[in-house]
Design a protein. Structure first.
Length: 357
């Protein structure tokens, strides 16, 4: 399992996409790929991403994603919501939300990257049909990377919301917290949005103080991750606390604790005696925890072997058993099943040994 949404093999063609005729030609290309979103869910078939071309419709929102290494153009399209019964009757193929796809490891890293790009863009278009200046209708330009107001001519651009996320150290311990909606036993880094007129470093310090009451001194930047829920950019830091006293904001956190390094290693290995675990490997928070402990980055396997010990199953609308993921880690398998359930899927999910084949 590796960090999600950080890799895309597409050339976004920023110079070419300003040419409307060029975009029309790309959309009409015989090798065009069109990924399809229904609300926040991605359309799959047999567990694979649906990329077959569909007719251009003026009523459907589409954005240009880029061109892959073979020269094939990629677009993304917004269709009726996943909960729309008419949409399911018209096309019975699976609809799975992007977060659950990332947790399950069902798609290649490059596909998750372009889906993150697509979801953030489509979400922005769905909420910016009208001008924030005068209220008139706006129209998409440049393949979806700009909207122009038909009334006052104001131009609007897709937004990305920066988030400072920080793991804090103090005397051999790490500060981790949890929010009430999270899966049982999960603890993670503290995070919050960067505010206007604020440096990233100050945002990291402020968020930790506001949520946990801990003053942070030195902070060191580690890396970033797009987080398309809907359009965040996670900016990761490891910080050094000036003191260990906690004052938890109950509106932000259900709990926050200083965990000894040895206990955090148990959480990473899913061997904690109380079932606690530290951030899923798809998230930047997991990388930050390992960095704060001085552990090497994890290498992602090319694929889950067929002989993996556990599999995540679901029951479809017809009562059939359907496998959606395999892994050698039972805790990971249970996290996948929980993620699907918490995202509002109606089917029953469970974990069983692969020996049940």
């Amino acid at each position: 399992m590796s960090l999600a949404f950080v890799f895309s093999a597409l050339d976004r063609c920023a110079n070419q996409r300003t040419d409307a005729a060029w975009l029309v030609a790309q959309r009409a290309a015989p090798d065009v790929r069109v990924v399809r979103f229904s609300g926040d869910a991605v359309r799959l078939s047999g567990g694979a991403l649906v990329t077959t071309a569909v007719p251009v419709e003026s009523a459907a929102a589409e954005v240009f994603l880029g061109v892959d290494g073979t020269g094939a153009p990629w677009f993304a399209r917004a269709e009726p919501g996943a909960d729309d019964p008419a949409a399911r009757r018209a096309d019975p193929r699976e609809l799975v939300d992007l977060r659950s796809l990332a947790v399950s490891g069902a798609l290649p890293a490059a596909e998750l990257g372009l889906l993150a790009q697509a979801r953030s863009l489509l979400h922005w278009h769905a909420r910016h049909a009208f001008c924030a200046v005068c209220g008139a209708a706006t129209a998409a330009l440049e393949g979806g990377y700009r909207r122009r107001c038909a009334g006052c001519g104001a131009e609007h651009f897709p937004r990305t919301d920066p988030v400072a996320i920080t793991v804090v150290r103090h005397e051999g311990k790490l500060l981790l917290g949890r929010q009430r909606p999270w899966p049982r036993g999960m603890y993670s880094a503290l995070a919050g949005f960067v505010e206007p007129g604020e440096t990233l470093e100050d945002a990291a310090r402020r968020e930790v103080f506001e949520e946990a009451g801990v003053r942070v001194g030195e902070v060191r930047y580690v890396g970033s991750q797009p987080w398309p829920f809907p359009a965040s950019l996670m900016l990761g830091f490891v910080g050094e606390a000036r003191s260990a006293e906690l004052a938890i904001d109950a509106h932000e956190l259900e709990d926050a604790r200083w965990f000894p390094a040895a206990e955090v290693r148990q959480m990473l290995a899913h061997t904690h005696p109380d079932g606690l675990w530290a951030a899923h490997p798809i998230a930047l928070a997991h990388v930050l925890v390992r960095e704060a402990l001085g552990l090497p980055a994890e290498d992602a396997p090319a694929a889950v072997p067929p002989a993996a010990a556990f599999r995540v199953m679901r029951q479809d609308d017809n009562g059939n058993r359907v496998e959606i993921a395999r892994t050698n880690d039972r805790a990971h398998a249970e996290a996948v099943a929980t993620a699907f359930e918490q995202r509002g899927h109606k089917q029953l999910y469970w974990v069983e040994p692969s020996s049940a084949d």
